[in-house]
Ligand binder design. Structure first.
Ligand code: GLU
Length: 422
C-alpha cells in the first residue's frame, strides 16, 4: 500500500496521525480493510496556482486539498497558508478533521487544504488573487454537499469571502454553504469568530469540574496569539475568571505574574504586529512559556511543540490543545504518567468546526441565529463531547487522546459499515 511513501520521521505529522490511529485500531480490533481505508486519505488533489504579482510577474504556488474521509458527511476542514506547508501536514490535519467531526457527532467528514506561501510577504491584492486562484483549481471538487473549506492558520473571514465569491462566479449561482468562516454580512454565523477558543474554554470548564479544581484567579499561559490564542485570553478571563500570565507569538513572548490585560494587549499587537514588547512585562521565550507553573496551558500555535524532551518539565495541571497536533505521541505517554490532564486537540479545538456546521445549517435555511443561540448550542455540543471522551477514558483506562480516538474512530467505522464499504 502507498503508506510506504510516508516519511517515517518522528516529527512527520502524518506519521504521527497514523501511529495514533493504529493504536486505536488495535484496541478496537478493526479488520485490515477498515484500517487500510482509515489510515490514508480517500482522495487528494495537488495543483499549481499561478498568481499575477503586483509587479507584473507571475509566481506559481503549490496547493493541496485532501478529502480524508466522507463516510459521515461532506469532507470538512480549513485551508492553511503557510511557508512550511507539506502534503503530509495537510494529510494529518485532514485525518484529525475526520476524528474531530466524529467526536463532536457532526454529520460531516474530514478534509484539509493548504498552500505553500508566506502570506506575510504578500500584498492584500496578491493574497486575493491567490485565494481566488486556489478556488479556480478546486471548484470542481468542492461544494456544500461534497467538501467544505474554512479558515485555518493565516486564512481569514476576508479570504473566505473572496473564495466564496470566486466559487459563485464559476458556478453561476449563490451557494454560501460551500465555505464557512465567512463574514457575518455574507452568510457567516454569529459567534464563529471566537468559536475555536470558546469551545476550548468550555472543555476546560468541564475538565476543572471532574478534577475538582477552582479555576478562579488561577494562572494560565497561551502559546500562539492568532485567532484561537487571542480569544482564549479574552475568554479564559471572562468565562473562567482566570489570570493569563504569559502569552507568545512567532516573534516572542511576554510574562506578567499579575495577569495581562486582553484589550490593551490586542491593541498593542494590532499596532506592532506582535505581543512582544508589551510595556511592563518580562520577555519570555516560547519554550520557557510552556514550562511555567500555571494551572492551564493553552498551546495555540503549530504542531510538535510538546515533545518527550520538554514533557517531563511541564507544570500545568491541564493542557488545552487549541492548536492541531501540538503534542507528540511520546510526550503523551509522559504527560499521562505525570498526571497532566490533556484535552486533546480534536476535542479541545472543535468549537471552530462546530460553529462552521451551524453556519452551514443557517446558510441552508437562509435564516440566521442570534449570538446567544450559537453559544448555547456550542456549549451543549462541547460539553457532551467532553463527557463522551472522559467516560471512555475511565472505562477503557486510557489517556484522553486515545479515548477521543476510540469514540471518533468507532463512529466513522459504524458509518462505513452501514454504507457497506467494509
Ligand atoms: N480550521 C479549523 C479546524 O482545524 C476549522 C475547520 C472548519 O471550520 O471547517 O478545526
Amino acid at each position: 500500500m502507498a503508506d510506504k511513501r510516508v516519511m517515517r520521521s518522528p516529527r512527520n505529522p502524518f506519521a504521527i496521525a497514523q501511529r495514533q490511529f493504529d493504536e486505536a485500531a488495535a484496541i478496537l480490533g478493526l479488520d485490515e480493510a477498515t484500517r487500510e481505508i482509515l489510515r490514508w486519505p480517500m482522495r487528494e488533489f495537488h495543483f499549481l496556482i499561478p498568481v499575477r504579482m503586483d509587479d507584473g510577474s507571475v509566481r506559481v504556488f503549490k496547493g493541496f486539498r485532501v478529502q480524508y474521509n466522507d463516510a459521515r458527511g461532506p469532507a470538512k476542514g480549513g485551508i492553511r497558508f503557510h511557508p512550511e506547508e507539506t502534503i503530509d501536514t495537510v494529510r494529518a490535519l485532514a485525518a484529525w478533521m475526520t476524528w474531530k467531526t466524529a467526536v463532536m457527532d457532526l454529520p460531516l467528514g474530514g478534509g484539509k487544504g493548504g498552500v505553500v506561501c508566506n502570506p506575510k510577504e504578500l500584498s492584500p491584492t496578491e493574497l486575493e488573487r491567490l485565494s481566488r486562484g486556489y478556488i479556480r483549481q478546486v471548484a470542481r471538487f468542492i461544494g456544500a454537499n461534497i467538501d467544505v473549506p474554512a479558515p485555518d492558520v493565516y486564512t481569514t473571514p476576508q479570504i473566505m469571502a473572496w473564495m466564496m465569491d470566486e466559487y459563485d462566479i464559476i458556478k453561476g449561482h449563490w451557494e454560501p454553504g460551500v465555505i464557512t468562516g465567512k463574514p457575518v454580512e455574507l452568510g457567516g454565523s454569529r459567534g464563529r469568530i471566537d468559536a475555536t477558543a470558546r469551545g476550548g474554554i468550555y472543555t476546560v470548564r468541564e475538565a476543572a469540574k471532574v478534577l475538582e479544581i477552582d479555576l478562579r484567579g488561577q494562572p494560565a499561559a497561551i502559546q500562539g496569539y492568532g485567532n484561537a490564542g487571542s480569544f482564549a485570553h479574552k475568554l479564559a478571563v471572562e468565562i473562567l475568571g482566570m489570570k493569563v500570565v504569559a502569552v507568545s507569538d512567532s516573534r516572542g513572548g511576554i510574562y506578567d505574574p499579575d495577569g495581562l490585560d486582553y484589550y490593551q494587549l490586542i491593541e498593542h499587537k494590532r499596532r506592532t504586529g506582535s505581543v512582544a514588547g508589551f510595556p511592563d512585562t518580562t520577555p519570555i521565550s516560547n519554550e520557557d512559556l510552556l514550562e511555567l507553573p500555571v494551572t492551564v496551558l493553552f498551546p495555540a500555535a503549530l504542531e510538535n511543540i510538546i515533545t518527550e524532551e520538554n514533557a517531563p518539565r511541564i507544570k500545568a495541571r491541564i493542557i488545552a490543545e487549541l492548536a492541531n497536533g501540538p503534542t507528540t505521541p511520546d510526550a503523551d505517554v509522559i504527560l499521562h504518567q505525570r498526571g497532566v490532564f490533556v484535552i486533546p486537540d480534536f476535542l479541545c479545538n472543535a468549537g471552530g468546526v462546530t460553529v462552521s456546521y451551524f453556519e452551514q445549517v443557517q446558510d441552508a435555511m437562509n435564516y440566521y441565529w442570534k449570538e446567544e443561540e450559537v453559544h448555547q448550542r456550542l456549549d451543549e455540543k462541547m460539553t457532551k463531547a467532553f463527557h463522551d471522551v472522559y467516560q471512555m477514558s475511565q472505562e477503557a483506562r486510557v489517556h484522553n487522546r486515545l479515548a477521543a480516538y476510540l469514540v471518533a474512530v468507532s463512529r466513522v467505522v459504524q458509518a462505513m459499515k452501514l454504507r457497506g464499504w467494509v
